[in-house]
Design a protein around this ligand. Structure first.
Ligand code: FES
Length: 326
């Protein structure tokens, strides 16, 4: 069950590759205008996976444009099927798109900003960087990539930011030193981070070690990034004595809903906590991939956000509502 979203039919207006494994799509609404949205917003799109309708969430790239909603999709080796479907779309294809929404709330009143992106996490950061440049405040963007060759939007960012863009390419032996980066920021600086879970965890630790206010670190992640391998695992539903298997290419949320154990959800990116359910027992290890729970809560394993989090082995949970599937 999902919260109400307004959906619009869009046409794929343009497709181009912005890196070897990253493809950009411009999705133009058929009967309405592109809705105004805050920098860093995202949309949901309707995809078909094994013939079944599902939704996937993508950040909007850059400024609002009358051409359409610009998103970039990485062809993920551990994809649940969403990126494969998106990569199959050609110009002229039709797709359902939700109204833009933002969970990446930026306080625009600061004088200094530190933006950090890891890989495809650059997508929401581009619009934020553009908005900050127009405000004429102090801003630096640290872009962590495997190589410059594999990095999306490098030319666009260089034009936008000049020497305020610092590329940390691991094949050049350059890695971002978060302790040093945060240690040099002025006291009222705000940091915004988007990237894989490892980067977010490291950023949260360095931010706390620098003695900064937790609220001054804003972050977003993408659901496929975890600390443990993405593999199938078992879920026992405590109150029903049933056990289901969550396959490698499906989220725990979808597997529970498909089996009739309804779990409400909203962002489906591990950010809002709406889908959180109780964990009763763990026989293996939970891979908490959300950014909603604190490190302490994750360690306690009392709850899990099944939209993004997974397990290795088996986990017993309680959902509160079971649909009659007989
Ligand atoms: S639906 Fe938002 S954290 Fe799961």
């Amino acid at each position: 069950m999902r919260f109400e979203r307004k959906w619009t039919k869009c046409t794929v207006h343009a497709v181009r590759d912005v890196a070897p494994a990253i493809r950009e799509f411009v999705l133009r609404p058929e009967d309405s205008r592109v809705e105004h949205h805050a920098p860093g917003s995202h949309i949901n799109v309707g995809v078909l996976i094994d013939g079944r309708p599902e939704t996937r969430c993508y950040s909007l790239v850059g400024d609002v444009s009358p051409d359409g909603y610009r998103i970039a999709v990485r062809r993920a080796p551990d994809s649940h099927g969403g990126s494969l479907y998106m990569w199959s779309l050609k110009p002229g294809a039709r797709i359902d798109v939700s109204s833009p929404a933002s969970l990446f709330e930026i306080d625009w009143s600061r004088k200094s900003y530190c933006l950090i992106a890891g890989g495809i996490g650059i997508t929401p950061i581009i619009g934020i960087a553009g908005a900050l440049m127009r405000r004429n405040v102090e801003v630096k963007l640290h872009y962590a990539v495997g190589s410059r060759h594999a990095a999306a939007y490098l030319d666009e960012l260089t034009d936008l930011l000049g020497d305020r863009l610092i590329v940390h390419a691991s094949d050049e032996g350059r890695r971002i030193d978060l302790d040093q980066t945060f240690g040099r920021l002025p006291p009222d600086a705000l940091a915004a981070v988007c990237g894989p879970m490892r980067l977010l965890d490291a950023a949260r630790r360095s931010w706390a070690a620098a003695g900064r206010l937790p609220a001054d670190l804003r972050y977003e992640t993408f659901g496929s990034s975890g600390l443990l391998p993405t593999e199938s695992f078992r879920v026992r539903i405590g109150h029903s004595n049933r056990e289901i298997v969550v396959p490698e290419n499906k989220s725990m949320l979808d597997a529970l809903n498909d089996a009739g154990f309804e779990v409400i959800s909203d962002c489906e990116r591990g950010e809002c906590g709406v889908c959180a359910i109780d964990v009763v027992a763990v026989d293996g290890q939970i891979d908490h991939r959300d950014v909603f729970f604190s490190d302490h809560q994750k360690k306690a394993n009392g709850k899990i956000c099944p939209c993004v989090s997974r397990a290795v082995g088996a986990v017993t949970v309680n959902t509160h509502y079971q649909r009659d599937t007989r």
